[in-house]
Design a binder for this molecule. Sequence first.
Ligand SMILES: [Cu+2]
Length: 82
Amino acid sequence: MLKMSVLATFLAILALSPAFAAQDLCNEAHMKQMDGMIAKMTDATKKKEAATALDMSKAAMKKGDTAGCMKHMDEAHKVMGL
Ligand SMILES: [Cu+2]
């Protein structure tokens, strides 16, 4: 039961946190945040996978392709277990 309430709290924080609102994820600040989170990953394979997805997300962001940016960002998040 404790595990469930921790998860529920975590999800509530994600939902409420402006940093994790979908429309706010494709920006330099969040990219920096992602870089930091990926740098802390311990699984080398997943780390590389997440970094690759994030690179594609950054490339899409530079082109002004928010949908593409979100798509690759989502991939990176999934690899990171978010
Ligand atoms: Cu992200």
